[in-house]
Design a protein around this ligand. Structure first.
Ligand SMILES: Cc1cc2nc3c(=O)[nH]c(=O)nc-3n(C[C@H](O)[C@H](O)[C@H](O)COP(=O)(O)OP(=O)(O)OC[C@H]3O[C@@H](n4cnc5c(N)ncnc54)[C@H](O)[C@@H]3O)c2cc1C
Length: 258
């Protein structure tokens, strides 16, 4: 018996959004606890070799009965070139310990929470916007998602629409959740990187909301380049980076290594 057999969980749902993006759910082991926004190591069982495990943000909230993931498909990627072929009832390995910095505990109390993402970096925010505690802690939650093309926004658009109608979460959301989508390579109602949209104040003007203040808290998840540029904007506004053991005004996590 493989030493990973206790960590295998059945796939219950799969949806392909574009040629290179899909989401799937697995059964949640009863003993598995996590905080909304955390990530976990997952992989595919392998008969002889050690499985290839990769970090994945859990896209479902902490109260969910199943665990959802939102995945890129990297051509020739060691994991995702195989993961893209999973079917219902196949098994996924998930290591039992979750971790991460995109958690509410890593932020000081504030009034508005900005969740800024690009590409699959939306996954941890798919969890946090469906977490009641997010709305207990913040008066307004602004979630943004930027991708190259319009079809790549479909997953986040659906999650946000469904959250507003969801029996469990809609009463917590009330009118607190604001969303903003933009593209960088295709014409859309909003265009540009989130860094430009913030620096030019376009996002604040479009949403008719106040500019950045010391009461704002930020989480961001994108490429290393995007995270660095956003971090520079945070520092310009005298906001400090937080951590689990030292809450502050913003936290970030890489959406991938590379
Ligand atoms: C903390 C953390 C959380 C992550 N959460 C997710 C998640 O929720 N969903 C997800 O799809 N991936 C996520 N990743 C990336 C994931 O771990 C893998 O890299 C990805 O699944 C590809 O695996 P692979 O073995 O096929 O290719 P790898 O060998 O891992 O990657 C090959 C190359 O593909 C590119 N790449 C990898 N992942 C991405 C991505 N997500 N978006 C754009 N380019 C990418 C990079 O250039 C990388 O060097 C996360 C990574 C980290 C560090």
């Amino acid at each position: 018996m493989s030493k990973f057999s206790n960590n295998c969980h059945k796939v219950t749902f799969i949806k392909h959004w574009t040629e290179s993006l899909f989401s799937f759910r697995i059964q949640r082991p009863q003993s598995f606890k996590f905080r909304s926004g955390e990530f976990v190591m997952i992989g595919l069982p392998h008969e002889n070799d050690k499985p290839i495990l990769r970090a994945y943000s859990i896209a479902s909230p902490s109260w969910s009965e199943e665990l959802e993931f939102y995945s890129i498909i990297v051509k020739d990627g060691p994991l995702t070139s195989k993961l893209k072929n999973i079917k219902i009832n196949d098994e996924i390995i998930m290591m039992p310990k979750s971790t991460g910095t995109l958690v509410l505990d890593a932020l000081k109390p504030g009034k508005r929470l900005f969740l800024l993402s690009s590409g699959t970096g939306f996954a941890p925010f798919a969890s946090l916007i469906r977490e009641p505690e997010t709305y207990e802690k913040f008066e307004t939650v602004v979630v943004t998602h930027t991708c190259r093309t319009v079809p790549e926004l479909a997953y986040s658009q659906e999650i946000i629409n469904e959250s507003n109608d969801d029996e469990i979460i809609k009463d917590f959301i009330e009118n607190k959740l604001i969303s903003y989508h933009s593209t960088t390579r295709e014409s859309f109602m909003n265009n540009g990187r989130i860094t430009e949209l913030i620096s030019t104040n376009k996002i604040f003007n479009d949403l008719k909301i106040d500019h950045i203040s010391s009461d704002d808290r930020f989480m961001f998840c994108g490429s290393m380049g995007l995270n660095n540029d956003l971090k520079a904007i945070m520092i310009e506004h005298n906001l400090q980076e937080g951590a689990n053991n030292n809450p502050a005004e913003f936290v970030l996590e890489k959406a991938f290594v590379g």
